[in-house]
Design a protein around this ligand. Structure first.
Ligand SMILES: N[C@@H](CCC(=O)N[C@@H](CS)C(=O)NCC(=O)O)C(=O)O
Length: 211
């Protein structure tokens, strides 16, 4: 990689920013961090909005290339710095379809429809409005969705295929978020989390992201 194109990551302190810091530690590349925080005013500053009109974190800057959305950032980095291998299942048509299924499920059903609704209408109710009925429904829905993850999904090992991938990053930080929200998880998820938390890259990224 061209050294003049040092990777810059904007954002810290949330599970969404953790996704990017963790992958960069797994890839073992140096990068620069601008640890701006949500709702601190920093994401609404003119200079930041010029980079990311959404006013959201995380954001990646790589040379002239600017990219928002944590999943897009993970995929870009993984392709650009191809040091994490794929196994043969992950490369198969079925494996690729399973990847899409996992990603849609984690980001739509677990994150956007459930945990983010709880976060917005409970913890951040002063901004987004109090909505206890929606919060309870989101909680129930999260538990229903989590119960649909069967034992055959590979949680005894890695979520997708036989080796570590960004699906593990997304699933782990989402389950971490559920625990921060006070949701009790079944033992199989706790065991999976223990294994993921013991990764050196997770620990280093955690320090960087949460301080
Ligand atoms: N879908 C986006 C969500 C990003 C997002 O909502 N980030 C929140 C923090 S977790 C944020 O930037 N909030 C900015 C603010 O409220 O100031 C992603 O995955 O990157």
């Amino acid at each position: 990689m061209n050294p003049s194109e040092i990777i810059q990551v904007w954002g810290a302190g949330t599970t969404r920013t953790m996704r990017v810091h963790w992958l960069l530690h797994e890839l073992d590349v140096p990068y620069e961090t601008f640890p701006i925080m949500p709702r601190s005013g920093e994401t609404r500053e003119k200079s930041y909005l010029a980079l990311n009109p959404k006013g959201k974190i995380p954001l990646l800057v790589h040379g002239q290339f600017v990219l928002s959305e944590s999943l897009a950032i993970l995929r870009y980095l993984r392709n650009k710095i191809p040091v994490l291998p794929h196994d043969s299942y992950q490369l198969s048509d079925e494996g690729k379809a399973r990847y899409d299924e996992w990603i849609s499920f984690i980001l739509m059903e677990l994150d956007a429809t459930s945990l983010y609704v709880i976060r917005r209408h409970k913890d951040l109710h002063e901004i987004y409005g109090e909505a206890p009925v929606a919060v309870n429904a989101a909680l129930e829905y999260f538990e229903l969705m989590l119960a649909s993850i069967g034992d055959e999904t590979g949680l005894n090992n890695y979520a997708w295929g036989y080796i570590f991938s960004e699906v593990d990053i997304l699933l782990t930080v989402t389950l971490d978020w559920a625990r921060f929200s006070g949701i009790e998880l079944q033992d199989k998820f706790l065991r999976y989390l223990d294994r993921m938390h013991s990764r050196e890259a997770y620990r280093a990224a955690y320090k960087k992201n949460y301080g």
